[in-house]
Design a binder for this molecule. Structure first.
Ligand code: AMP
Ligand code: ZN
Length: 665
């Protein structure tokens, strides 16, 4: 028995090595035929001795398991997006911003931005434990079975890897493999795939992993996360990842200034056309992990990283007509309907024209030949007009004056670019859009109710605003199109369940202009219940951390409306949460009221984020820079020298984490 086990282990090891040489290093040392023979031998042994099964054996790469529903996994570390830059000035502004927040010289790591589907891999004791898609950044789908089939994903690591860590990367489909797949599809009479990126991300969600195994996908890695990994810089992380067996492209380079970053950008803007896979830019990261930690994150993206987007491709095509869309907030967006044209791998039929000013500035007219560009956004935009091709009797575009949906006269507030339809309560797209926002995942997250059903409910006259949802009955919804007993049940249950959604999300769900998730959280925490917010004056609101005049005015406007108050009153009657729950309140104190605290350095017993939360939960305010207003600094080890100097100069007290924790005991 022992002999068999040994034979199996040796074969696995040998195959793993060849796999690595072939797919990660691109340097095979044996022929495909020899590889297949060894693989068959291993398969034979594993079949004969099933007791030695190993989910990470090289034989598992051929796939074969079928997943009906992918399990949702909450990311241990959120997967953020990246801020974009398009010019030297953008990068210089970014550098100026971050230099205010960290001490010392800043070095950058420049990497290529691979255009595929992002993935987070978790390794424990050197073995691939799990692979999860990015999803909404907070949670994604467990696609481990599919990822295992990708040959460049190591199932077993080599070298001195940490016990546990996550590594992020991008699943891409190289052009060669993509073209080959398409040739095969055309041969069997199927539509070819549109572009490598969508095909790569579609592959991750295929139910049959054997199908995924057939696709020549690759996994390129770029970021390690975890605790106590002993890593000091991004560049070092990349080298380590490579040493452990991951495929990390060797384009990455260190830069000592924005000038050097730009050299990298310019070089790759040319050279990218020779790469085997798609890139849409460069990602620039602050190299020092300690500086990264000091910089932290905005609500959307790390402050320590920046994407630089290559200039997109542009084409010209005919503008057939301009139509106008009404959004959830009543904002009007003009849309250009175009003669379909191929652009960066997709067919473009529509483009955004943004607003009346934009149309006027570009002097875009129906019948014009226009230049279209596809940047990072899904909807491409119009850059200008080819005047040499303008038809003879063309007329300047006249912007609409009335709402295309409800015929109400449009308004345009001073200083705003967008036109609005003011008919909030009766303009269909606004009514529907507001309820769709209310039920969405980050708001009330109503299971069993989707955007289309909302539209149906409104169109059938069953609901007119979100508070009406709570009076819906099964009997009312059953007759709707595509409804069955079960789905009607689920819908009603989902609505019932939403009554437990916490206050800050309800506040976000209300759809007050400019009150996004983060602002809603701030307001909820500060005022604790909706009545207090409704009664707050503009001046009062502006005093809340991070609430500006625009938001304050919008909040006041919202609560000045009788209709809105009536709706909220109804929500209250139905049992929707309109105040912070007792257990949230319990952890909140006023112990640090009026104190402005700066957190700096590295801590032993708590993370920086935990510290910040503790400060806020106890009524204090966290500030990122030292000033005469700073009450004291919670200082860990490695506090930057210039911060220290400033604290001394302004005579500001430094306390350590334990002294701080004692304060709030
Ligand atoms: P975006 O989706 O445009 O906000 O860009 C963020 C995405 O870029 C991330 O979610 C990653 O999937 C992807 N990405 C590609 N290459 C890199 C890289 N080298 N470093 C970080 N992110 C990258
Ligand atoms: Zn309207």
């Amino acid at each position: 028995m022992d002999k068999v086990k040994k034979q199996i282990d040796t074969l696995r090891e040998v195959l793993r090595n060849h796999n690595y040489n072939y797919y990660v290093l691109d340097k095979p040392t044996i022929t495909d035929y020899e590889f297949d023979c060894k693989l068959k031998e291993l398969q034979g042994l594993e079949k004969k001795y099933p007791e030695f099964f190993d989910p990470n054996s090289p034989t598992q790469r051929v796939g074969g398991s079928v997943t009906k529903n992918f399990e949702t996994i909450v990311h241990e570390h959120r997967m953020y997006s990246l801020d974009n830059s398009y010019s030297k000035e953008d990068l210089q502004n970014w550098e100026a911003r971050i230099k205010k927040l960290v001490d010392g010289e800043i070095q950058y790591t420049c990497e290529l931005k691979y255009d595929g589907a992002s993935i987070s891999l978790t390794y424990e004791n050197g073995k691939l434990l799990r692979a999860v898609t990015r999803g909404d950044g907070f949670q994604g789908d467990d696609v481990t079975a599919n990822i295992k089939t990708i040959n460049s994903v190591p199932l077993q690591l080599q070298g001195d890897y940490p016990d546990k860590f996550h590594i992020r990367g991008e699943i891409v489909l190289p052009f060669a493999g993509f073209n080959k797949m398409n040739e095969e599809r055309i041969e069997i009479g199927e539509e070819p795939y549109r572009n490598p990126r969508n095909t790569a991300s579609g592959s991750l969600k295929l139910q049959d992993s054997a199908e995924v195994a057939k696709r020549p996908l690759e996994c390129l890695l770029y970021n390690i996360t975890g605790t106590r990994l002993g890593l000091k810089s991004q560049y070092e992380s990349l080298q380590k990842a490579r040493a452990w067996g991951f495929k990390v492209p060797d384009a990455a380079k260190l830069a000592n200034s924005i000038e050097e970053v730009l050299e990298f950008v310019m070089y790759w803007d040319e050279q990218r056309h020779h790469l085997p896979y798609e890139t849409d830019g460069v990602v620039i990261k602050v190299n020092s992990l300690q500086q990264q930690e000091e910089l932290g994150y905005t609500a959307k993206a790390p402050r320590w990283a920046m994407a630089y987007k290559f200039k997109a491709e542009r084409v010209s095509t005919r503008l057939h007509s301009i139509t106008y869309q009404v959004g959830r907030t009543g904002a009007i967006t003009p849309v250009a309907n175009l003669e379909p044209v191929e652009l960066a791998g997709t067919t473009v039929k529509r483009a955004s024209l943004h607003n009346a000013d934009q149309i006027e500035k570009l002097d875009v007219r129906v019948g014009d030949e226009v230049y279209v560009e596809k940047g990072g956004e899904i909807i491409p935009k119009i850059l200008g007009v080819d005047l040499t091709k303008r038809p003879l009797h063309s007329e300047p575009t006249k912007y609409i004056e009335h709402c295309p949906e409800c015929a109400t006269e449009l308004v345009r507030n001073d200083g705003e670019a967008q036109h609005y339809c003011p008919n909030e309560s009766d303009c269909k797209p606004q009514v529907i859009g507001r309820i769709q926002h209310f039920i969405s995942r980050k708001a009330m997250d109503i299971d069993g109710l989707g955007g289309e059903t909302v539209a149906l409910l409104v169109n059938e006259g069953l609901i007119k605003n979100y508070s009406d949802l709570y009076e819906l009955t099964k009997e009312q919804v059953m007759p709707l199109e595509r409804m069955a007993e079960k789905s009607a049940d689920n819908l009603i249950k989902g609505i019932e369940k939403s009554k437990a959604i916490p206050f800050e999300r309800v506040l976000f769900a209300l759809g007050i202009r400019y009150v996004g998730e983060t602002v809603a959280k701030k307001l909820a925490k500060h005022y604790k219940n909706i009545l207090a917010i409704a009664e707050a004056s503009k001046e009062d609101l502006v005093n809340v951390d991070e609430i500006g005049v625009k938001i304050a005015e919008s909040v006041c406007d919202f609560f000045n409306s009788e209709k809105n108050n009536h709706n909220i009153e109804r929500l209250r009657r139905f049992g929707v949460q309109l105040e912070l729950s007792a257990d949230v309140l319990q952890n909140q104190t006023e112990k640090l009221k009026g104190e402005v605290v700066v957190v700096s350095g590295v801590f032993e017993s708590v993370s920086r984020n935990e510290l910040k939360k503790l400060i806020e939960d106890n009524g204090g305010k966290v500030s990122s820079s030292i000033s005469s207003k700073t009450s004291y600094i919670v200082a860990g080890s490695n506090m930057g020298p210039s911060k220290k100097e400033k604290a001394d100069r302004l005579n500001i007290l430094l306390i350590n984490e334990y002294e701080f924790l004692q304060k709030i005991e």
